[in-house]
Design a protein around this ligand. Structure first.
Ligand SMILES: C[S@@+](CC[C@H](N)C(=O)[O-])C[C@H]1O[C@@H](n2cnc3c(N)ncnc32)[C@H](O)[C@@H]1O
Length: 463
């Protein structure tokens, strides 16, 4: 993915492992004969057990380069990249200014870093505020590149839309020009051996302040030797110029492009519909003493995603491991909502589920109560803290469960999590259209095809 490189390339491989990425870089340059004369590789690796294989790979790189007439040197730093580079960038290491690189290749470690961790403190000292190690690595690498310096990285896709990654996206897009993104269509293929369900991207970015007019988006299944399809998109379709969240939308298949066209035709948002979406307010471990397995006097229904049952809620579910009820008292009341018609969505979907967005209706006619608890693993749509008008709720139910929304959603969300922010930034049909859809739906137990038909008919009719 690298573009043309200067004659002398200082290459950084942070979190080098056994050096496979540097090896790929070197062998590609040796094959291309594009004028690179000198490669000076610097590799950072913390795991002492992998240093020997890393060194072996580097000697192999040296042999390849000698054959190709390229001068190759390498330095392995058995050091913590985050600590060392933060200190050097911040100027805390006397006599060791930060190094500069023309190229960086990275498959950084992925791990959440808590607010008070040593990593977070080190990163904070150079103005980087981020909650995962991999974005910390990329943010530091970006600072070490010379103007025009390039990075090719493989990372989780979560930085493209997660709300916690917004400061990272802003920083990255302000200093790096994004030229290419590659996505894997299958979440399983890339990390099958580790059974990690993580969608990954490979990106190529160049240090500079002017985003290109166009960006190449490519995709492949993630299986070895499969076909890579690539399409050029206007950059503004990938990062919308006025989007304060700076989401990175990744269009891949033609059906996703069609979904985008449909969604672009919608002019309403939740605020104009008078609807709000919030994350369920009952955080169960904080109210442990008030939770009850079975409904009893003085309790109200507590709803978890396990209560989703097709289009509606099945409550109580006594065979489930989760509690079914919560005491209604002074301590819990602030976390409860008055009963009414609510639209609920799961915040986390399992890989078995066909859709990322799974919505159902809470119907107060089916579950009698004055107050309700919505647990933190679900989002609920409400009107200023109260239930929704029924046909509007049912219209939203059909819209959010439709394939078109699912495909649109997948364009920018690579993981199975659906945050309230994601639902807030979606475009919605206007109130009349949603209510018309809602009135036409006689039952919530209809097939995906019927939902899609209904939604498509109404969305086309309102154009
Ligand atoms: C995802 S692996 C990638 C390895 C290699 N680049 C590859 O693609 O095969 C990340 C590597 O970063 C190393 N690592 C983790 N934390 C590190 C740190 N703070 N500084 C340097 N290396 C680190 C791990 O030991 C691991 O080898």
């Amino acid at each position: 993915m690298f573009g043309p490189l200067p004659n002398v390339v200082r290459l950084l491989d942070a979190g080098a492992g056994s050096g496979s990425l540097t090896f790929a870089f070197v062998s590609r340059l040796c094959g291309r004969k594009e004028g690179v004369r000198v490669i000076e590789a610097e590799l950072y690796e913390l795991d002492p057990l992998i240093l020997e294989p890393l060194s072996t790979t580097m000697w192999e790189c040296g042999r390849l380069c000698t054959k190709a007439g390229i001068q190759f040197t390498f330095t392995i730093h058995p050091a913590d990249f985050i600590q060392e580079m933060s200190a050097r960038i911040a100027g805390n290491l006397f006599g060791a200014p930060p190094p500069s690189y023309e190229a960086a290749i990275a498959n950084p470690p992925y791990r959440k870093i808590s607010t008070d961790s040593a990593e977070r403190r080190a990163l904070r000292s150079v103005g980087v505020e981020t909650s995962n190690l991999y974005t910390g690595f990329v943010a530091l690498i970006q600072r070490l590149l010379v103007p025009g310096g390039q990075i090719v990285g493989i990372t989780p896709r979560s930085f493209c839309n997660g709300p916690y990654f917004r400061p990272f996206r802003e920083d990255f897009l302000n200093h790096m020009e994004l030229h290419r993104l590659h996505v894997f269509e299958s979440r399983q293929a890339a990390f099958r051996d580790d059974s990690v369900l993580q969608e990954n991207v490979i990106f190529h970015a160049v240090k500079g302040r002017h985003q290109p007019r166009e960006i190449v988006i490519s995709s492949s299944s993630g299986e070895h030797g499969d076909l890579i399809t690539a399409t050029v998109f206007p950059f503004v379709e990938v990062v919308h110029p006025h989007d304060v969240e700076k989401f990175i939308h990744i269009p891949s298949a033609p059906s996703h492009a069609a979904a985008k066209e449909t969604m672009d035709g919608l002019s309403s948002n939740l605020a104009s519909l008078g609807v709000t979406v919030s994350t369920g307010r009952v955080v169960d471990f904080r109210l442990k003493d008030s939770l009850r397995k079975e409904p009893a006097r003085g309790t109200v229904p507590l709803l978890y995603p396990c209560h989703f049952n097709g289009g509606t809620v099945h409550w109580p579910k006594l065979e489930a491991r989760k509690p079914n009820a919560i005491l209604d008292n002074d301590e819990t009341r602030p976390w409860l909502v008055p009963s009414g018609v609510y639209l609920l969505t799961k915040r986390f979907t399992s890989k078995e589920e066909r859709r990322r967005l799974v919505a159902c209706i809470f119907d107060p006619d089916q579950v009698k109560a004055q107050w309700l608890g919505f647990e933190n693993h679900l989002n609920y749509f409400h009107a200023s803290g109260h239930g929704l008008e029924r046909s509007l709720a049912v219209g939203l139910f059909a819209f959010l469960n439709s394939t078109v929304v699912d495909q649109y959603f997948r364009r920018f969300s690579g993981h199975t999590q659906v945050n309230a922010t994601d639902l807030r930034t979606l475009a919605y049909p206007d109130r009349d259209t949603l209510q018309a859809i809602g009135r036409e739906m006689k039952t919530l137990e209809i097939s995906q095809e019927e939902i899609d038909q209904l939604v498509t008919n109404h969305l086309h009719a309102c154009r």
